[in-house]
Design a protein around this ligand. Structure first.
Ligand code: UD1
Length: 423
């Protein structure tokens, strides 16, 4: 398994270009199941989760090519409506195929995704929605079996604005003729990107004046071509990284308004920024980094996907910072690893108290989730000495060529595989 060796203490300066959004790509690729016509997606990052999604589409019977950031999906005979557990266990978002498959076949068998490192992560909101469309949902031998004689549009209030459930239900509703109204939906920018794609495919989807998602579904949907929105989590990660190393990094080709709260928090922490229409320049500073209190929340609140990186930053604040994680019950896995690097962090349930320290020291640490893995990279780049990060595959799920992007800024991050005996 790959590891990173990270040399700490180097000054970082330069430009990072934001890639396409992982969390928009995954549901958009899945939306190709709603049609047999050609489907072309540009600005697709070469990530493990994207490749897993392409494997899923292939397993379901699509023909897929992926070259230079463009994915082309065409029909290759009849589609299947069942998915092997092998693929679902690699990525929870595999479950997003349920909505399109149910809409197309009135029947689908999808392995129930288990919990993950972040907590239990049930799919009850997805299933409740499918039931409201008229489907029967049974769980048998680890599979969710969805079946319906007829699907009907419905008015559904989600008990929580789940990102995945909003996307799954809107994809299903796009192929149910008539008007579906979803209330208490997620408002993440990735939802807007999925909306744009479904509308290009022929659905009619808009947000009404009460913030509800109105979906006018169709009998058939068409193929389309689309360019994915910038990845606000990747962009935000590099902004936090620059602030942590007190670097001079300009994140380009991003959508700053998608990171509004993060930018406010950075400013509150005393990090100087220049914000342009499609870039954020995080400038160097030599004043103390101010501790802040943040609370994660659905968009436009502070993104839970940026919380571990923020924790790494606050590890170096001049005083006591606090994080309240409200989205996932177990999202402080990076904390004990940061503590091994000299951070002073105490977690209790959803709260983390971080007493800033003067410096971190390089250590041998282990990534146990995607964003927590990047938090360790941030800490390693700030630390005195060398940090060795194990289980880099977590980071590869959501960051394209992280060592390439970091080394172009002046970092020294080396990927190696001890099993291959490369040194
Ligand atoms: C998506 C993102 C993930 C991000 C998360 C929250 C993708 C591929 N992943 O995940 O990076 O961290 O949004 O912003 O886009 N829940 C239920 N029942 C359900 C569904 C969700 O209880 O049926 C709970 C989850 O356990 C969690 C919370 O709702 O505690 C948020 O989950 P959700 O918004 O669904 O996250 P994902 O769509 O899985």
């Amino acid at each position: 398994m790959d590891r990173f060796l990270v040399e700490g203490g180097r000054k970082l300066k330069g430009t990072v270009k934001a890639g396409g959004s992982k969390n928009a790509c995954l549901p958009i690729l899945v939306a190709s199941l709603l049609t047999d016509e050609p489907f072309v997606l540009h600005r697709v990052p070469n990530l493990r989760d994207v490749r897993t999604t392409l494997k899923i589409l292939t397993a379901l019977g699509k023909k897929v090519t992926f070259q230079d950031g463009t994915v082309t999906i065409t029909a290759d005979g009849a589609l299947k409506n069942t998915l092997p557990y092998e693929l679902v266990k690699q990525m929870r978002a595999s479950f997003w195929v349920a909505g399109p498959l149910l809409a197309r076949f009135r029947e689908a068998v999808i392995p129930l995704p288990g919990g993950c490192a972040l907590g239990a992560r049930p799919v009850d909101i997805h299933l409740k929605g499918f039931e409201r469309f008229g489907a029967a949902c049974q769980t048998e031998s680890g599979n969710v079996i969805l079946s319906a004689d007829k699907l009907e549009p419905a008015k559904i209030t989600l008990r929580f604005p789940s990102v995945g459930a909003t996307q799954n239900l809107m994809m299903c509703a796009a192929l149910i003729p008539g008007e579906t109204v979803l209330e208490n939906v997620a408002k993440e920018p990735e939802i807007d990107d999925v909306t744009a794609v479904l509308n290009k495919m022929g659905a009619e989807i808009f947000t009404d004046d009460k913030g509800r998602l109105v979906i006018r579904g169709q009998h058939t949907l068409h193929g389309t071509e689309h360019t994915v929105v910038a990845d606000r989590i990747e962009s935000g990660s590099y902004m936090i990284l620059s602030a942590a190393v007190r670097g001079d990094v300009r994140v380009e080709d991003c959508v700053p308004e998608h990171n509004s709260i993060l930018l406010e928090c950075l400013q509150e922490a005393g990090v100087p920024l220049e914000v342009g229409p499609d870039y954020v320049h995080v400038k160097p500073y030599d004043t103390p980094l101010k501790p802040t209190r943040i609370k994660t929340a659905p968009y436009p609140g502070f993104a839970t996907d940026l919380q571990p990186q923020w924790m790494a930053l606050m590890a170096l604040a001049d005083g006591a910072a606090e994080i309240d994680e409200t989205i996932f019950e177990n999202r402080f896995m990076a904390a004990p690893e940061l503590v091994r690097m000299g951070a002073d962090i105490v977690t209790e349930k959803t709260l983390a108290r971080i007493n800033g320290v003067k410096e971190l020291s390089g250590a041998h640490v282990m990534a146990s989730d995607l964003r927590g893995g990047f938090a360790l990279l941030i800490a390693g780049l700030c630390a005195k000495g060398t940090t060795e990060i194990e289980r880099v595959y977590h980071i590869d799920r959501g960051y394209e060529d992280p060592e390439g992007k970091l080394n172009a800024l002046g970092a020294k991050v080396t990927r190696y595989n001890p099993d291959k005996d490369e040194f």
